[in-house]
Design a binder for this molecule. Sequence first.
Ligand code: 2AM
Length: 184
Amino acid sequence: MLRCFVAIGLPAEVQTALARLQAALPLPRPAAAESFHLTLAFLGDIVETAADEAHLALAALRAPGFALTLEGVALFGGAKPRVVYAAVAPQPALMALQAKVEVALRRAGLSPDARRFTPHVTLGRLTGGRAEAARVEAAAAAAAGFRAGPWRVAHFGLWRSDPAPGGRIHAEIMRYPLTAGRAG
Ligand code: 2AM
């Protein structure tokens, strides 16, 4: 079994900006800066033949590249925040790509996570304490002016997630070019 997801990787300068932002937040479980990503679809643990099917479906997908900007810092989880993330400025071409990826995966017989897509780059996770949540919320509010980019997204990828000491490591295993269209 292989834990797989589809994501957009980030250019080095955006990773650096995010690492700087991350360092300003008191995160109990920071995400690994070298594998910051924007998840398009989560496939979960799948057998290798299913990963091959996902690859074929993604390789056949055609969609235009686009410009992306990160803007703001926010938390998932409402009253019990669990994830801190950098938010993404609205980009219809990103939403269109995500929809195409999801449809292509379903047509290939896979079952991507059906939750509504909220574009984000995870910076870290919380462990559940109330004082910790208050500290992180205050720091996130102070960092609300964060902005990185715009940069041009020219490809997306199939990623794998593997357990590692202190968390999981994520790595891109296949890359799919976007077309040089007009979007963004
Ligand atoms: P995120 O942290 O950016 O939300 C690999 O586990 C990646 O898939 C995670 O980094 C996570 O991205 C994303 N993901 C989306 N849905 C998930 C789920 N139900 N379980 C685990 N990871 C999920």
